[in-house]
Design a protein around this ligand. Structure first.
Ligand SMILES: O=C(O)c1cccc(C(=O)CC[C@H]2O[C@@H](n3cnc4c(=O)[nH]cnc43)[C@H](O)[C@@H]2O)c1
Length: 257
């Protein structure tokens, strides 16, 4: 089993790979993108981590290029990193595993308010990670399992917080890359998850209140714990896909004279 983990920056990538023992093997692709490969903690397989850049466009471009580069095949893509948390659902230092990955600000401003790309007739604004897997990973990591919003602008006011919370009731997290990673994974037919470690509360900008080291430590703990849940899901998926073998004994082949 092989997983591709896309973080935005190097510190997040290191937080992921440091869940495994030993130094990563670095694989430099023709594009210059670096994969940092470690054994998957707690299960057979490998994990390739890439720092794909901040924001959805960079994440989508890099993940799509890695999936096309031939280091796989990958069984799962994970968008992982720090993120904002909606305070009533998850504390700073906590984790969110996305039940839905939502493009929260991709759309148009109309006189009647915001209209998203789906309402405008331009495709989808939500990707669904495999429900059984996301639930198992949330349980294994102690994460909140709820929608995560992908935005291009980090929320920095009460007004914006209220607007997003009203439009996406139940959302627990906000980050920038999930939807881009999900688009790339979907293009290649690979299942996808998003895991966010909360570095700050979504709301009025307060850079002093960000807790990046605590969130990175939570990210490492999450990746130390996900292996068995992912392995069990992958095994079940393989059994679902495998053709049933016949129980009827085969008659011996006739020998040609
Ligand atoms: O507000 C600032 O001054 C500032 C300075 C440096 C970086 C930032 C970022 O917004 C980094 C975004 C980066 O981290 C993820 N992230 C973390 N918290 C949030 C959030 O509340 N809303 C959206 N994204 C967040 C994001 O996925 C990026 O990778 C700000």
């Amino acid at each position: 089993m092989r997983l591709l983990i896309a973080t935005a920056v190097d510190s997040e990538r290191r937080a992921v790979t440091s869940a495994a023992d030993g130094d990563p093997t670095v694989i430099r692709l023709a594009t210059g993108v670096e994969l940092h490969r470690v054994p998957l903690p707690g299960a057979p397989g490998e994990l390739d981590a890439v720092a794909a850049g901040v924001g959805g466009p960079a994440a989508a471009a890099v993940v799509a290029s890695v999936l096309a580069a031939g280091e796989g095949p990958y069984d799962l893509v994970v968008s992982a990193g720090i993120g904002g948390g909606f305070a009533e659902r998850v504390p700073v230092g906590g984790l969110v595993v996305a039940s839905t990955v939502l493009a929260a600000d991709l759309g148009a401003q109309t006189r009647a308010g915001f209209a998203d790309m789906a309402e405008l007739g331009f495709g989808i604004v939500a990707h669904q990670p495999p429900e059984e897997l996301a639930t198992a990973v949330a349980t294994a990591t102690g994460a909140v399992h709820a929608p995560v919003l992908s935005v291009s602008t980090v929320t920095g006011t009460e007004e914006r917080l209220a607007e997003l919370a009203a439009r996406h009731r139940g959302a627990a997290g906000e980050a920038m890359e999930g939807f881009g990673v999900a688009c790339a994974a979907a293009l290649h037919g690979v299942p996808m998850l998003e895991i966010r470690a909360v570095s700050n509360a979504v709301g009025p900008r307060d850079r002093e209140a960000w807790r990046i080291p605590e969130a990175l430590a939570a990210l490492t703990a999450a990746f130390a714990a996900v292996g068995p849940a992912v392995h069990d899901w992958h095994t079940r998926e393989r059994h679902r896909e495998a053709p049933q073998t016949s129980q009827t004994p085969q008659s011996p082949e006739k020998e040609t004279p």
